[in-house]
Design a binder for this molecule. Structure first.
Ligand SMILES: Nc1ncnc2[nH]cnc12
Ligand SMILES: [Zn+2]
Length: 334
């Protein structure tokens, strides 16, 4: 079996996916037309040409501008359904998707609009594709904690639809310590907790995410590799890292996939998973992330299977569903 087929057929979960980051330029134009929104680009080609980033902030500026075309429940539903179909084609059996409600509520789009549209698509993904999913509400860390607390309060009517909270957007200068109270409250509400840490920020932000925010997973975590004591801690706790190779390349977190930290992370015993982050902006969905990493960094098939297994063990599925998905990985291996 060729590598591409092997990866497609390998059952996997995706645990780090911003649904707003799956907005392909074609859909961006369609929604702009549908909603009479003026875009700062003349064509799909012009949009793609603008996706040349030198850091996280470069990307975020364009990503928030693109999200402005999302206005109605149907827009969110179309967006998420397109993602689920594409992920399903890559062998994704389970997806835990982030959304950034503040990006929408700050533009006057009610929380309910995103919540209903995403929920409808999640239902369709389960029924039509057999893809299970969970929703993770992310707080924008460039805004203050009071805004995050208000967002969590606004989400209370939909707690049955939300599995966890996350922390994303501009990392440097916005440490996890800024969000201790809102994460404490989310934990008390029974929500899982994750945070982007160590993407551009220092190892200290990863320590803070563990010790102050009490996270269940670390999103990215690349820079943890600079601190051997932190690496030992992550390994001992069996902490899942949701790593995003093509994102790291596009945002210049790594200069070459051949030097990506994933092989060293695996050698250190870390529970690494492979994810696409914002696939419409970074040039590939999850299968492409597995393939490009395997080819460039010499990660073998046994390691790809290990990371697929990690994607289920590190998921927020219940134990019975985890066991069922892990059995699918075992069946694939035979
Ligand atoms: N890679 C990333 N880092 C931080 N915030 C994000 N929002 C969407 N993608 C992100
Ligand atoms: Zn991310």
């Amino acid at each position: 079996m060729g590598l591409a087929d092997f990866i497609t057929r390998l059952p996997k979960a995706e645990l780090h996916l911003h649904i707003e980051g799956s907005l392909e330029p074609e859909l961006m134009f369609e929604l702009a037309r549908r909603n009479h929104v003026a875009l700062p680009f003349k064509s799909v080609e012009e949009v793609r040409a603008a996706y040349d980033f030198s850091n996280l902030q470069d990307f975020l500026d364009i990503y928030y501008a693109g999200a402005d075309v999302l206005r109605t429940e149907e827009d969110f539903q179309d967006l998420a359904l397109a993602y689920f179909r594409r992920a399903h084609a890559d062998g994704v059996r389970h997806a835990e998707i982030f959304f950034d409600p503040q990006t929408h509520t700050d533009r006057g789009i009610p929380m309910q609009t995103a919540m209903d549209g995403l929920w409808a698509a999640m239902g369709e993904a389960g029924e039509e594709l057999g893809v299970s999913s969970r929703l993770i509400l992310c707080f924008l860390r460039h805004l203050d904690e009071a805004a995050a607390l208000e967002t969590l309060r606004q989400a209370e009517p939909w707690l049955d639809r939300i599995t966890g909270v996350g922390l994303d957007s501009s990392e440097v200068g916005h440490p996890p310590s800024k969000f201790v109270r809102v994460f404490e409250r989310a934990g008390a509400m029974g929500l899982k907790r994750v945070a982007h840490a160590g993407e551009e920020g220092p190892p200290d932000y990863v320590w803070q995410a563990l010790d102050l925010l009490k996270v269940d997973r670390i999103d990215h975590g690349n820079r943890a590799m600079e601190d051997p004591a932190l690496v030992r801690r992550l390994a001992e706790e069996g902490m899942t890292l949701t790593v995003c190779p093509l994102s790291n390349l596009k945002l210049c977190v790594v200069d070459d996939l051949a030097r990506h930290p994933i092989p060293a992370m695996l050698d250190a015993g870390l529970k690494v998973t492979i994810n696409s982050d914002d696939p419409a902006y970074f040039g590939g969905y999850v299968g492409e992330n597995y393939r490009r990493l395997a080819e460039a960094a010499g990660v073998d098939r046994a390691a790809l299977v290990e990371m697929a297994r990690n994607s289920f063990t590190g998921s927020f599925l219940n134990e019975a569903d985890k066991a069922r998905r892990l059995a699918e990985v075992e069946a694939f291996e035979r």
